[in-house]
Design a protein around this ligand. Structure first.
Ligand code: ADP
Ligand code: ASP
Ligand code: MG
Length: 454
């Protein structure tokens, strides 16, 4: 049995946390274990700001801060021969890191990928040596060492799964079969030209799913700082409860629409190989967590969980009888796709078509839309600062009157529903409200449909 275990930033964020995680790995009953880790908490943000520095003095100070953080952590965890061996590997990685920060080519579109992915190289090295100090046969491996291939735009890559699987069969599988515990960098893969490409913020979950896919693992475990997949973000709703079991679809929809506990792309690589996924709390390892798998059985709850995607905007394009001119709609979508803009929702009427996109994509989308012949478009309106609420539940779409109850909860929060998407997915009901109302709406929904039903 192969288990891939991924530990997030907080779980590897301090010497104590690293020790706790190492104990979880050692005690785990799986015969073959593969570990994936994020950078220590705060480090990726720190690297993102370092990548924007131009002043050499500032950069040197950043290099020192980065060095101190990792060396101090390592020295609290192991000493003597293990520390000496660690320092050899550390120095090699650190020299490369230094030269990227001081001499890297800022004009390279993938420069930020290179800088921001550096933290994982050091957290994994430390974790691997903690395991060695506990007598485990472990090796720290980078994404390039084990063959994780990536493609795509800067800061938004995705893995090339078939190529990754082929390379892993040679570079990683034999080690795992021999009982070694590899500790692998999350967050990025390598492009054809051997440059690192990150999978978007929070991308280590996806890395772990890609590794589980490539190794045909039996289980993927995402170890984080909350009890599992919860009925809402516990930072927004402290009363949120843990969900025992979810289907791949439910988890995928919620992750895509903002449930930060899983990177939006995590589910697909494991779903396609029927690999079950557990979300567990590294601070309470004995707790059961949430199991995500092919769940055929239905539960009684109407609402299982809610997620929120904030900072969105509605673009409404008016054009006479656009409903009768599908080619015009196709042209608009084609223009938007030229910038790879993600459309979170879409709706049409006789003379309008409306798209829900991220606030950051508005400027470039407007530029593209303005290239369409003015005679074809009467008006373009932009409504900023809206949020999409994704409500997931087994019986949400099939139980008569539930949407009415949901929208009456929205009314209680005195919020206007700006857009609705129901039926596009089997498991979710999505609707858009102004950003200023989103917390109130979620609180009322959660109280009515989750807390009051407990
Ligand atoms: P990690 O560093 O382990 O990857 P993240 O911070 O990326 O952890 O994700 C865990 C966080 O996701 C939690 O602390 C929680 O605030 C947030 N979160 C948002 N929605 C949910 C949800 N439905 N269930 C659990 N956590 C959620
Ligand atoms: N360290 C990366 C980030 O902070 C990846 C991750 O944590 O999953 O976004
Ligand atoms: Mg995360």
């Amino acid at each position: 049995m192969i288990t891939v275990m991924k530990f997030g930033g907080t779980s590897v964020g301090s010497p104590e946390a690293l020790k706790r995680v190492a104990n979880i790995i050692v005690k785990h009953e799986s015969q073959k274990k593969v570990v994936v880790a994020s950078a220590m908490s705060g480090i990726t943000n720190f690297l993102v700001s370092t990548s924007e520095m131009t002043n050499a003095k500032e950069k040197k100070a950043a290099i020192d801060t980065f060095n101190d953080k990792h060396i101090n952590t390592a020295k609290k965890l192991f000493t003597g021969k293990i520390l000496d061996e660690f320092m050899k590997e550390y120095d090699e990685r650190f020299d490369k890191f230094k030269s990227i920060i001081l001499d890297g080519n800022k004009k390279d579109p993938y420069y930020k990928d290179n800088v921001s992915s550096q933290g994982e190289r050091f957290s994994t090295l430390i974790l691997s040596y903690v395991l060695k100090s506990m007598g485990v046969d472990s090796v720290a491996m980078t994404s390039e060492d084990c063959g994780i291939c990536a493609e795509g735009k800067p800061l938004n890559g995705c893995a090339v799964l078939d190529k990754t699987e082929t390379l892993m069969a040679v570079k990683l599988k034999p080690l795992v079969d021999a009982g070694t515990v590899p500790v692998i960098t999350g967050f990025y893969g390598m492009m054809d030209d051997d440059k690192p490409l990150t999978f978007g913020r929070g991308g280590s979950d996806y890395s772990a799913a890609v590794i589980a896919n490539g190794l045909n693992a039996d289980m993927l475990e995402i170890w984080t700082d909350v009890d599992g997949f919860m009925s809402a973000d516990p930072r927004m709703i402290p009363e949120a409860v843990r969900i025992d079991e979810m289907s791949y679809d439910e988890a995928a929809e919620l992750a895509y629409f903002g449930a930060k506990v899983l990177h939006p792309r995590t589910i697909e690589p494991v779903r396609m190989k029927h690999i079950p996924l557990k979300v567990k709390n590294s601070f309470k390892p004995e707790d059961p967590g949430t199991l995500i798998h092919h769940l055929g059985r239905h539960t009684n709850e109407l609402l299982k969980s809610v997620a929120v995607k904030t900072d969105l905007c509605i673009i409404t394009i008016s054009s006479a009888e656009i409903a009768y001119r599908p080619k015009m709609v196709a042209r608009i979508i084609e223009k938007m796709s030229e910038n790879d803009v993600i459309i979170y929702s879409m709706s049409t009427s006789l003379s309008t078509v409306a798209f829900l996109i991220h606030n950051n994509d508005v400027k470039q989308t407007m530029m593209k839309l303005n290239t369409i012949d003015a005679a074809d478009i009467e008006r373009i309106e932009v409504k900023n600062d809206v949020a999409l609420i994704c409500a997931v539940g087994d019986n949400l779409l099939t139980t008569c009157g539930v949407s009415g109850d949901i929208f009456s909860a929205v009314k209680e929060a005195r919020a206007n529903v700006e857009m609705i998407s129901e039926g596009a997915s089997d498991v979710s009901l999505n609707f858009v409200v102004p950003m200023s109302k989103v917390t109130d709406v979620i609180k009322i929904l959660h109280k009515k449909f989750v807390s009051d039903k407990q």
